[in-house]
Ligand binder design. Structure first.
Ligand code: ADP
Length: 544
């Protein structure tokens, strides 16, 4: 067979050739723009040509700090297609982490949304590798700024070449993208994606048993384009010729509901917090969501009760998936096998709330202290993954040794695997609660709390305990706090778990702290309450 190179530029060229009239709807700071793939492809070529004029060469890293909009999508294709590396930077990182990753990546040019300029203005004197800044706004003039040289994206594009030819020298193993993990502990770690890994991962997003993205779809990825390439959906949707809806800066649940309704979105994707927010909006106002054929949810465990509400009350099919920055990200997806279709609704929900079965192309193992665990849905072990879109190291990072061993990625996720091969994440290694030598799953407890009608969000964390080593504490955000809710929740949870699993205390909060990508920041709670039992004797932390 031919030694054909699997490249990102060929994906854009397909959209340009076969779907020139299909549209991308893009919400920006001041507009909602509608722009065809023909226009997008021309603008991608213009952008690649001006980056080249600015001195960007093959292998150089070009950073983006941006929301989900058409300019960011153009950068997704222009940068890899000219042989450079698209480095999507998480806009919610601290200044310290921003400085670290921009310097570690050695970004040469930064493309920055206008409203995010202040983040870089504050630290620009500590970014020696950056030679030019480009502001991505709706205007052709660059705003006044300390950044220099600062160009406006639209101004530059006017001077670009719409017929620019992409480099023909690409090898499929060349780097195309770079994304840092969001650093729940320590400094962020960089993961480099290749043209080949993006190509193969995108292909799998199109499979019917996976996300089934197709030309018929209107795809709205809510997951940020700075978080694992928006789960690869910008690449796949463009390649497969789907229409796209990009929700832009500072969207709200209301904006999302309106976009789904007005643009007839068929598939959307994001972390559970987004969908919990949408559910609250749907309770306040009614929207027509009948165009939706799938909400893809991943990044942290989807509470079964949320899946039930979307499917039964709002008739929106829900799809639970699992992955991580190191895995491009798709590893597993939870879809029933045909012989599971005749199970009861409750049994089906229990299966679909799991993280699911590994997608074709990857291999997994679940390894406990005594080797591979039994496929019984009970025994717990760490999930290991390998395959063509799984990283084999972090970018120039000593910590690679801890996660990549014997050809496998050690995910740090503790899971069970059942007889059908469906995995269920019990916890991240660092979130597991070890009480009296036994493991308690914080995820199971959280899902149980979130199944109570008065509970909006719940996080359960381990705190050190003098006798039991660790004990669980629960943190709950309730819809309305009645005086007896704590007792009611304790009763509710006690019916479902052994006594020693029941959290010692239920603490009501206005909000659960979140990470930069909207997951529960359990580390913050663990740190704040780490002395809970230390003080227990005299001066217990106020739990109200
Ligand atoms: P970070 O490590 O900063 O959170 P990632 O986005 O790479 O950044 O997170 C990957 C992790 O998120 C996985 O290792 C896993 O712990 C968790 N995760 C992802 N999807 C799911 C899911 N569907 N259910 C439970 N946990 C998930």
């Amino acid at each position: 067979m031919m030694d054909y190179q699997l490249t990102v530029q060929s994906m854009l060229e397909r959209a340009e050739k076969y779907f020139p009239k299909k549209m991308v709807v893009s919400r920006t700071l001041s507009n909602v723009e509608r722009i065809s793939y023909r226009q997008i492809a021309q603008r991608v070529r213009r952008l690649a040509s001006v980056l080249e004029k600015l001195g960007v060469q093959a292998g150089d890293r070009v950073g983006t700090l941006a929301w989900n909009h058409h300019r960011h999508l153009e950068a997704y294709f222009a940068i890899p297609s000219m042989g450079a590396v698209l480095h999507t930077i998480n806009i919610r990182l601290s200044a310290e982490h921003l400085i670290y990753i921009i310097n570690h990546a050695e970004d040469r040019v930064l493309l920055i949304d206008e409203d995010l300029l202040p983040m870089i203005e504050k630290i620009h004197d500590q970014l020696p590798t950056v030679k030019a800044y480009i502001v991505m706004g709706d205007r052709e003039e660059a705003p006044a700024s300390v950044l220099s040289p600062l160009y406006s994206y639209e101004g530059l594009l006017k001077e670009g070449d719409p017929a620019y030819s992409f480099t023909q020298k690409l090898d499929e193993k060349d780097p195309a993208g770079l994304c840092y993990t969001s650093a729940t502990t320590g400094k962020p770690k960089g993961v480099v994606y290749t043209h080949r890994s993006i190509f193969l991962h995108s292909m799998v997003l199109g499979l019917k048993d996976s996300m089934a993205i197709s030309e018929e779809d209107t795809v709205m990825y809510v997951v940020p384009m700075f978080h694992v390439n928006a789960w690869g959906m910008p690449f796949a949707s463009t390649w497969l010729g789907s229409s796209q809806v990009l929700p832009g800066p500072k969207f709200t649940p209301k904006i999302l509901a309106e976009l789904i309704q007005n643009e007839q979105v068929t598939i959307t994707a994001g972390v559970p917090t987004i969908w919990l927010g949408l559910l609250q909006e749907l309770e306040k106002e009614s929207y027509d969501l009948s165009s939706l054929r799938s909400i893809v949810c991943g990044g942290s465990a989807a509470p079964p009760e949320m899946i039930r509400t979307f499917e039964q009350k709002y008739k929106v099919p829900f799809c639970h998936a699992y992955g991580m920055t190191e895995t491009s990200p798709l590893v597993t997806i939870s879809r029933l096998k045909s012989d599971q279709q005749n199970l009861s609704d409750e049994e089906k929900l229990a299966i679909r709330a799991k993280q699911g079965m590994v997608v074709p192309g990857l291999e997994i193992r679940v390894v406990g202290e005594k080797g591979d665990v039994k496929w019984d849905g009970q025994e717990m072990g760490e999930l290991l993954v390998r395959g063509p879109w799984i990283a084999d190291q972090y970018d120039r990072d000593e910590r690679s040794k801890q996660s990549f061993k014997d050809g496998w990625l050690y995910t740090g996720d503790i899971v069970t695997i059942d007889q059908e091969g469906f995995i269920k994440i019990v916890d991240r290694t660092k979130d597991l609660i070890k009480s009296g030598g036994e493991w308690i799953s914080s995820v199971d407890l959280e899902n149980a709390f979130m199944a109570h009608p008065e509970v909006l969000e719940a996080a359960v964390v381990a705190v050190p305990h003098p006798k039991w080593q660790e004990r669980p504490l629960a943190f709950v955000v309730s819809k309305k706090q009645t005086s007896d809710l704590k007792e009611e929740l304790r009763r509710f949870i006690s019916q479902q778990f052994p006594k020693w699993w029941i959290p010692d205390e239920i603490i009501f909060l206005k909000e659960i702290p979140k990470t930069s990508v909207g997951k529960f920041l359990k580390r913050a709670l663990r740190e704040k309450y780490s002395d809970y039992y230390g003080q227990a004797k005299g001066n217990r932390v106020d739990a109200s």
